[in-house]
Design a protein around this ligand. Structure first.
Ligand code: 0R9
Length: 647
């Protein structure tokens, strides 16, 4: 257990008996004690409820976030067994919630299938890390009730709360603030994960109620993965309806759905094992990719789209514009995970099983839907040609031929640092020439480079690599970074360890940021994934008083400082250009004083979807996104008019 949650066995159980071990080293069980670890507790309990539904008992799970930030999960399964445990001579719920080996014991009994990562010890881990946990079980006509406190301490005997006609389990708990750095549940995080589970288990209704905000949502998908795909490809112009593929071999059950889209240029493959996302892929994904490549090449040859002399279509070209969801269920005895975060399936059997099932299904799909098959094949051939054209264009640039956009007046504009140290150097991408001038003077010339951009950046959400390579601004950026572009991009070759977007703090600035981030996301994603991309935060105001000056980044801060120094002069910066070099240096560029925002993609598919919604052609999803995500409540206590009085 100490080394690897997946090699849980009898011997290791003996080492850790009490829940104290969990409280001493919570990270070992739930990864971390930040917001991520906090939500992990919810997934543990929800996954147990899901297991019961997957065993064929119950069809509804309710999750309630209470006002005191406690959380409750309710299922309508058989109810956790309440009788005496045969070997422990304790009520069974007490064994499950109070000892770390409960899950293991029940696995052997064959009664408990495991969907989560903690192999059935999840309930006791949650108990160990909670201020209190309350258990209510409806079973055999009786309501069993028990409360645990302070990390699973039994403070009272289980009670019978009376008679009942229904069955099911309810677990309510409050994570211990002594353990977690944050104990506030996030509605969106929980809703997203519950929706994902509901997509994967068709017919299961999952409801979420946030009693703090009165927000509620209920998910029920009768068409499971097909509806999952549709939600991912919204706004991307699908070429066909998503088919549903299914098969089963050696106890491994495979489900998948795929869809090609006209306006998608990346592949987006989401895979799951026992309803847990396998972010780092694994044997099942390898099998899936191999099957797609084989099936499409075989079909292309069969219909004569590829001749004997033609080489096979490349897998990467075949997957351009493909969205896929693969969900497999693997019995416990075959389950193997790999990698640092255990997000990669290692089970060798899964490769061939997935490959065979997907190959057969895709071959049949292509044979039955000739027109669609033709569009997929021509899309792959186009992708191969575009890749070849882009490679040629890149080579031309490397060889000094001017096939790419003529970057003459911009490439000269890069102000490079004096030393060449890619581990230390920083590139500031600056909006406009005048800000570029201040930035050039205000930088530390030893390690900071400035690249001023003129006007708007190309919107790369909708264009191909060939177009990108014709765009002056982006070509100068690609050259400045020096790590290639698209499929041959290698972030380890970047000339800069930090690439900092520095724009005005207004809507134009925000737009330029979005366009640059879209570009990095599409063509240099590894830079974001590895934490190379930052956003600078210039101040909004300068407050000068008799003996000195300070800056403010928010209206709140401005108010505080105005009150603090009384007789002040306020300068409101409308853009970076209004700051002189010293001001820009001391507020925004100097590592000793500045604040940078590191850009992260916590959820690549969600980010990609939002990017499509925000930058794509469809207006309706964009309006919907703005309506749900943008707050139009302005702080009306202290307005810009108030500031102007001081100016
Ligand atoms: C609210 C969250 N739900 C749960 O945690 C939950 C666990 C659970 C369960 C069984 C049924 N419903 C459940 N909900 C169950 C019942 C039976 C056999 N296996 C499982 C049965 O009636 O025979 N259990 C999870 C572990 C255990 N039960 C066990 F270890 F006690 F068996």
């Amino acid at each position: 257990m100490a080394k690897n949650v997946n090699s849980y066995n009898e011997d290791s159980i003996q080492v850790l008996q009490g829940l104290d071990a969990v409280r001493k080293r919570p990270g070992m069980y739930i990864g971390s004690t930040d917001a991520k670890g906090l939500h992990h507790l919810v997934w543990e309990i929800v996954d147990n409820a899901i297991d019961e539904a997957l065993s064929g008992y119950g069809d509804k799970i309710i999750v309630n976030i209470h006002i005191d930030n406690s959380i409750e999960v309710i299922d309508n399964g058989r109810g956790i067994p309440t009788g005496m445990h045969k070997t422990e001579h304790l009520p069974t719920p007490q064994v499950i919630f109070n000892t770390l080996h409960a899950g293991g014991k029940f696995d052997e009994a064959g009664g408990y299938k495991v969907s989560g990562g903690l192999h059935g010890v999840g309930s006791s881990v949650v108990n160990a890390l909670s201020e209190w946990l309350e258990l209510t079980i409806h079973r055999d006509g009786k309501i069993y009730h028990q409360v645990f406190k302070n990390g699973g301490k039994i403070i009272e005997k289980p009670k019978n709360l009376g008679d009942t006609k229904r069955t099911g389990s309810a677990i309510k708990f409050k994570p211990d603030p002594k353990i977690f750095s944050s104990t506030i549940f996030d509605y969106k995080t929980i809703a997203t994960r519950l929706k994902e589970s509901a997509f994967l288990i068709k017919g299961l209704c999952i409801e979420l109620n946030d009693l703090r905000t009165k927000k509620s949502v209920s998910y029920l998908f009768q068409n499971g993965l097909v509806e999952f795909i549709n939600s991912l490809t919204q706004g991307k112009n699908p070429l066909h309806d998503a088919p549903f593929f299914v098969g089963n071999s050696q106890g491994i059950q495979v489900e998948a759905s795929i869809q090609y889209c006209e306006s998608a240029y990346n592949e987006n493959i989401l895979s799951f094992v026992n309803n847990i996302r396998t972010r780092d892929g694994g044997t099942h994904e390898v099998g899936f990719r191999t099957a797609m490549t084989r099936a499409i090449n075989d079909h292309a040859r069969m219909v004569g789209a590829l001749k004997d002399k033609d080489p096979n279509l490349d897998g990467a070209d075949i997957r351009e514009g493909l969205t896929a969801v693969i969900s497999i269920r693997v019995p416990e005895k075959l389950l193997q995970f790999e990698g640092q975060t255990k997000n990669k399936l290692g089970t060798p059997e899964a490769k061939l099983i997935v490959e065979q099932i997907i190959y057969d299904n895709v071959k049949t799909f292509l044979a039955e839907r000739g027109q669609i098959a033709n569009s997929i094949i021509s899309k792959s051939i186009k992708a191969a040609k575009a890749k070849e054209a882009a490679r040629k264009a890149r080579d031309d640039v490397r060889m000094g031929k001017q096939k790419m956009a003529k970057p003459a007046n911009l490439i000269g504009k890069l102000v490079p640092p004096q030393t060449k140290n890619p581990q230390l150097n920083e590139l500031f991408i600056v909006e406009g020439d005048s800000a570029g001038g201040s930035a050039k003077l205000g930088r530390d010339s030893k390690f900071q480079a400035i690249l001023p951009l003129r006007g708007k950046v190309l919107n790369t959400a909708k264009v191909k690599l060939e177009e990108v390579l014709k765009n002056e601004e982006l070509v100068s950026l690609i050259n400045a970074i020096g790590a290639g572009i698209g499929s041959d991009f290698d972030y380890t070759k970047s000339n800069y360890r930090r690439i900092i977007i520095m724009t005005d703090a207004d809507t134009d600035g925000a737009h330029i940021q979005t366009l640059l981030l879209t570009f990095f996301f599409r063509y240099m994603r590894e830079l974001i994934e590895n934490g190379y991309i930052y956003i600078a935060t210039p101040p909004l105001y300068k407050i000068s008083y008799k003996t000195g000056h300070e800056y403010a980044w928010t209206d709140e801060e401005l108010r505080e400082k105005v009150n603090k120094y009384k007789n002040v002069q306020i300068q409101r910066y409308k853009g970076l250009g209004e700051m002189n070099a010293t001001q820009l240096k001391e507020t925004t560029m100097d590592p000793a004083n500045r604040t940078l925002i590191q850009v992260e993609i916590s959820e690549v598919s969600a980010a990609e979807k939002e990017m499509m919604i925000l930058m794509g052609d469809d207006v309706d999803p964009r309006r919907e996104w703005i309506e749900t995500n943008v707050s139009f409540d302005f702080d009306d206590n202290f307005t810009l008019e108030d500031v102007e009085q001081y100016e």
